[in-house]
Design a protein around this ligand. Structure first.
Ligand code: ACM
Ligand code: ZN
Length: 762
């Protein structure tokens, strides 16, 4: 994908320039910048100076784990090989398990004085979090994996007493829509640990893939881990050895891993491998488009439950933790309604309907898990038809599911889409890489409170916390996944840890300036706001005013000579006027000097295009369709086997295309525009021509939320148009789901005019 490459290039090319002199504090290292913000910080005069003679004092297994971790971190970045010592009178860092630090099972007490640093906690976990805070008191360069020379490794004197607000501080990762490697997951666990997150929710099975080796059912991964998309195979799964490796790696960082095995829906990959556990018997193909699949496990067949029990049994032994997630969301009941076995089950069990059958299904899963000492958690649909007695709920369709479950005395993890779905856009869909939809800025994620306002105070104790949900349909690369995850997940880390009255978004942004540098040392491709506003291809007749904005305060730099902007380029301070054809390049810069990808805006000075006067004017567009699987408009060159059709209204036009029968359609005709003006068009079709010009070219991109909107100067009257509509599945999104879609906006207008086939003539 073009866009991903430009993000990677921007990441590689930008850096911090050369090191400043020793003792010159870089702007992002000034002040305290601990994230998540601790409960209580008291600052005092003076600093502790770390040097090669500093000793580490710790004993016992719990302290040793954090001691060894700290020695390694300090060694990597400072080059100091700190020695462990039994005791020391000055210049030491001590870690001790000490019940007199009264901060609960995850809290810690940290004192930095000029002669020594002391971290204590009643638990090994608390000590680990104390060490994370200590690392954040150092300059950001402490996260470097190689020695940073000429740094003053000084830590301000402080006293910190700290503990978390919530016990479930998580991140979810869908490894099914796109596979992520073991190394990628370890990298995320490293960063989660820095922000005191403690739960990794691993979404392992889906309609689009089964990703965990099950020894008893090898076809689950042999068949179920692979789907074919754009003619290419997308695969990947984790062996049980790799699962253990990840679980161990997480445990070293005090992160619990919660597996998710989806039931009774989102199971098409499993049913492709073992169709006998479906209602219809199949055959199936692993789903290669996003969305919800109607074929789900058959609830009337006892062998389905044996199959599920055997799977849950193998999975449960790999995850030595309390919780087990069974999915439960988005299970359409179409097949159950038609299935004799499912209907017989409903009658036999005295159930009212298919919702109660879902509840029956989930309760059977619950009893399987209870036998293995696992606590079941599921998405909020598990409330429908009656919630299993011991279940906890993950509330994703807003807050209501969580409120209902907590009111019934069940524990809840709050994950409402509007705040914590990290697959949402975090900037304008017109400039950001294509996403599933939604819009959740960093500020919105930061502002989330997992305790719903409407919840009875007596029930607040049932709110375990929140997590970022990372659904990977539109995460076509590991870089794009990180782009979506960060920095919003860090905002959620603070939501989970810090009391609401201590939170302050502007101070969080200030602290994040330091943390972006830390993330750079972990090679995390976090999101940097892009300059938003103007589209990328703009027409002018006399002049155009360019007005840019960002989703949070971030400096913008631009050039007008085609060169890539840097920190020496013109700084954007206010809207500016362009009167000639120009290439505007603009990007943002963080305090560290790191810059966003470049946006390029092509401005062309034009004469108004004259209208035409065709002889015939029939309502709608002419349309020709050819069958076949094509991925770009180049693939259709030389096609001769066209069938003539017409596009006269939306319903009739859309009925000519469906994603099961790949094809290509070419629409032609004329569009009448009401005045001499500049018209900005938007479409998700592959190509859009007007007045003989290829105005919008979405070729080679996922055709949603077109980022190639463009304007053109047109005189009042009719102008020839042509649209190429490649009816395929690209990046998991079927073009047929867009249907016929085109709109325009006149210069200065905010509203768009949506066009339908009958708005054209041919
Ligand atoms: C979900 O987003 N379907 C839980
Ligand atoms: Zn059935």
């Amino acid at each position: 994908m073009k866009y991903v490459i430009s993000i990677i290039l921007a990441t590689v090319l930008s850096g911090y320039g050369c090191q400043t002199k020793k003792n010159e504090v870089k702007p992002y290292n000034k002040g305290l910048h601990i994230v998540p913000l601790p409960a209580k910080i008291m600052e005092s005069e003076g600093v502790f100076k770390l040097n090669k003679n500093t000793k580490l004092v710790f004993e016992g297994e719990d302290a040793s784990k954090s001691g060894a971790y700290l020695i390694k971190k300090i060694m990597n970045s400072t080059g100091f090989e700190l020695e462990q010592s039994d005791n020391s009178s000055k210049n030491f860092i001590s870690l001790s398990v000490d019940p007199s630090c009264d901060q609960g099972p995850e809290g810690y007490c940290l004192t930095v004085a000029s002669a020594k640093i002391q971290i204590s906690s009643s638990t090994g976990r608390g000590l680990f979090y104390g060490v994370q805070t200590l690392l954040q008191l150092f300059p950001a360069e402490i996260e470097s994996k190689t020695t940073v020379r000429d740094m003053a490794w000084e830590i301000p004197c402080v006293e910190i007493n700290d503990k978390p607000r919530f016990k479930w501080r998580g991140m979810h990762l869908d490894v099914c829509r796109h596979f992520f490697t073991v190394d990628f997951i370890k990298k995320q666990l490293d960063v989660m640990a820095m922000y005191k997150m403690n739960t990794f929710h691993w979404h392992l099975t889906e309609d689009q893939a089964w990703r965990i080796e099950i020894k008893k059912y090898p076809k689950l991964t042999e068949i179920g881990s692979k789907r074919v998309d754009e003619g290419k195979e997308h695969g990947g799964y984790y062996t049980q050895e790799q699962v253990k490796e990840i679980v161990d790696y997480a445990a070293e960082r005090f992160i619990d891993v919660v597996p998710e095995i989806e039931l009774p829906g989102h199971a098409l990959a499993a049913l492709t491998a073992y169709p006998e556990y479906s209602c219809t018997g199949g055959p199936f193909k692993v789903r290669n488009v996003w969305g919800v699949e109607p074929d789900i496990y058959c609830a009337g067949n006892d062998e389905t439950f044996t199959f599920i029990e055997n799977i849950l049994d193998e999975v449960a032994t790999l995850f030595p933790y309390e919780y087990f997630h069974i999915g439960g969301d988005e299970a359409p009941k179409d097949r159950w309604k038609e299935c004799a076995k499912c209907q017989a089950r409903i009658r036999k069990e005295g159930l009212h309907d298919e919702h109660e059958l879902q509840s029956y299904f989930i309760k059977r899963a619950e009893s399987i898990l209870l036998k293995r000492n696992k606590k079941m958690i599921g998405w909020d649909e598990i409330l429908e038809g009656g919630l299993a007695q011991s279940a906890s709920v993950m509330s994703w369709r807003g807050e209501q599911g969580g409120i209902t479950a907590a009111s019934q005395g069940h524990d809840v993890v709050m994950t409402p889409g509007n705040w914590v779905y990290l697959d949402h856009y975090q900037g304008s869909s017109k400039v950001e890489p294509v996403a599933i939809g939604g819009y959740t800025t960093l500020e919105e994620s930061y502002g989330y409170d997992p305790v719903p306002e409407k919840l009875d105070p007596e029930r607040v104790k049932h709110i375990l916390g929140t997590q970022g949900n990372v659904w990977s349909e539109y995460m076509y690369s590991p870089e794009l996944a990180e782009y979506r995850i960060y920095p919003r997940i860090i905002a959620l880390a603070e939501v989970n840890w810090t009391a609401p009255d201590r939170k302050d978004y502007h101070d969080f942004l200030r602290r994040m300036d330091n943390h972006f540098v830390r993330l750079d040392y972990h090679d995390i491709n976090y999101h940097i706001p892009l300059p938003e506003g103007p589209v990328s291809k703009i027409a002018l007749v006399d002049s155009v005013v360019l007005k840019f904005a960002t989703t949070r305060p971030t400096d913008m730099y631009y050039t007008l000579d085609g060169s890539a902007p840097d920190l020496e380029s013109m700084k954007y301070t206010e809207p500016f006027v362009i009167k000639d054809s120009k290439t505007v390049k603009i990007r943002t810069a963080l305090l560290s000097g790191k810059m966003s990808p470049v946006r390029t805006i092509q401005i062309s000075k034009q004469e108004f295009r004259d209208p035409v006067d065709p002889e015939e004017k029939n309502t709608g567009l002419s349309l020709k369709i050819a069958q076949g699987e094509f991925y770009t408009t180049k693939d259709i060159a030389g096609l001769t086997d066209w069938k003539e059709e017409k596009a006269v209204n939306l319903k009739q036009t859309n009925s000519l295309f469906n994603y099961h029968t790949p094809s290509v359609g070419i629409f032609e005709g004329y569009l009448e525009v009401p005045e001499d003006d500049i018209y900005e068009f938007s479409t998700d079709t592959d190509e859009f021509y007007i007045a003989g010009e290829l105005l919008i070219d979405n070729d080679g991109e996922v055709k949603r939320y077109s980022r190639n909107d463009a304007s053109i100067a047109l005189r009042k009257g009719l102008h020839p148009v042509k649209m190429v509509f490649v009816n395929n599945v690209y990046g998991g999104w079927p073009q047929a789901w867009n249907g016929f879609r085109i709109s325009y906006k006149r210069r200065g207008d905010s509203g768009v005019v949506k066009l339908q086939p009958e708005d054209f003539v041919h």
